[in-house]
Write a protein that binds this ligand. Structure first.
Ligand SMILES: Cc1ncc(COP(=O)(O)O)c(C=O)c1O
Length: 419
């Protein structure tokens, strides 16, 4: 697909950095470079580092590898990391990426911001399932306030609703969204995953209306049941409409801020142009740590470690679900998440969860996130998100008891009978 007509006007000013262009030339053996303004490696404050991974294997960074990890590096990826990402992506998703289809990011979050920067002019809109990840809305809101929310159910975004919405806008001569944003696995906050049928339908709609899809998939491997992964939307795409964001936050370490965008080389080129002006490149040291990990752990070993970690999340989910079943009244509805870290509660219509948190949260000693944080309009006030990622299973019963007390206080305030 040709992205040129969709780009935001501000991208017209993006130019390749003359200094960054020199970077590959400086690596040609025998080259005498007076070009780049890089600090001399002899001045770096670090000489060596040893990292011990959970598997017990060690990574030594020293000498030339330390210089590289401390020095400015290429914008797209640390040279050692890119081949690993290509292999990782191919083994995980069955998609073979070329070198110019990858941009390493400071987490998927940077990808959300970059997509918004590249494609959203004021007045443009984004279609997305609601409830939606607040971090994505924050990234998009820096450029536009217009969202086209699509409801979701246990199978993820209801794509027939999206179809209706797009057809209606087209018939009325209204502008179409610049892209469709979707979290296909373990949706934050709804906990649901997009069915295979709807993944295909989404692509059909994108093709029919000439739209991009932003596939934000940080919970892909945070699977809570033993079942095969569904194909990614990108892997089903034959028209290069999908810009996919992978994140190492939930499977490696979030504080390192590592993720990558993949997709059409033309979009990735714009990602690079923008990153040259925003932060030059993702930390070379963090990339070196990931590259070192991927070099010493096979794909199967990494996946096995992630599966082991998922057992912690499954244990927590089951503890919270069991407690919720025992303690919560029948008019509190919730999904059973198959992936991710979140339970999404629906409370009686008249409940105001912002008020509940404000008046009772601290006093009762319980925190859940009010639904309004996940709404494009400040609605969804009778919903709440509970994250079970960090809870200790033995806290689950008490946590749900406190939630119950909070619910009953609100019930009284809104004129309902206490249970
Ligand atoms: C749906 C979704 N997208 C993106 C992110 C950001 O991920 P990263 O840490 O890779 O920036 C999160 C973090 O919680 C998330 O839930």
């Amino acid at each position: 697909m040709n992205i040129q007509p969709l780009l935001a006007r501000r991208t017209e000013g993006l130019r390749p950095s003359p200094i960054r262009k020199l970077n590959p030339l400086m690596r040609i053996p025998g080259m005498i470079s007076l070009g780049g303004g890089y600090p001399n490696a002899e001045t770096f404050a670090l000489t060596s580092m040893e990292v011990v991974f959970k598997s017990g294997r060690k990574l030594q960074i020293r000498d030339k590898s330390m210089d590289l990890a401390c020095q400015y590096g290429p914008t797209d990826a640390h040279a050692d990391l890119k081949p690993h990402i290509i292999q990782w992506h191919s083994a995980k998703d069955g998609v073979e990426l070329k070198g110019d289809q990858i941009q390493v990011l400071n987490g998927a979050q940077e990808g959300l911001h970059t997509m918004a920067y590249l494609f959203l002019d004021e007045g443009d809109s984004v279609a997305l399932s609601e409830p939606a990840y607040p971090g994505a809305m924050a990234a998009f809101r820096a450029f536009t306030q217009r969202f086209l929310p699509v409801p979701l159910d246990a199978q993820g975004m209801i794509t027939t609703e999206l179809e209706r919405l797009l057809a209606k806008r087209k018939a009325a001569g209204e502008s179409l969204p610049k892209f469709i944003y979707e979290v296909p696995n373990g949706n934050n906050p709804a906990g649901v995953s997009l069915s295979l049928e709807r993944r295909s339908h989404l692509l059909q709609l994108a093709s029919k209306y000439n739209l991009l899809i932003l596939e934000d998939d940080p919970y892909q491997l945070v699977q809570l049941e033993d079942r095969n992964l569904l194909p990614t939307i990108q892997s089903l795409d034959t028209e290069e409409r999908v810009l996919r964001l992978d994140s190492f936050s939930k499977i490696f370490a979030p504080g390192l801020r590592l993720g990558y965008a993949s997709g059409q080389a033309d979009i990735i080129r714009y990602f690079q142009l923008y990153k040259q002006g925003s932060n030059l490149h993702t930390s070379a040291m963090d990339q070196a740590l990931l590259a070192g990990f991927l070099a010493s752990h096979s794909h199967e070993e990494f996946r096995a470690l992630v599966r082991e970690n998922c057992k912690i999340y499954r244990r927590n989910r089951d503890a919270v679900l069991a407690a919720a079943k025992r303690v919560l009244p029948p008019d509190i509805r919730y999904n059973i998440p198959q992936a991710g870290m979140f339970l999404w509660f629906e409370l009686p219509e008249r409940f105001d969860t912002d008020r509940m948190m404000e008046l009772d949260g601290v006093e009762l000693g319980i925190i859940l996130l009010p639904g309004s944080a996940f709404s494009t309009t400040g609605g969804l006030k009778n919903h709440m998100r509970a994250s079970f990622s960090m809870i200790l299973p033995e806290q689950a019963e008490e946590g749900m008891m406190r939630f119950f007390r909070m619910i009953e206080r609100e019930r009284k305030r809104t004129g309902g009978e206490g249970l």
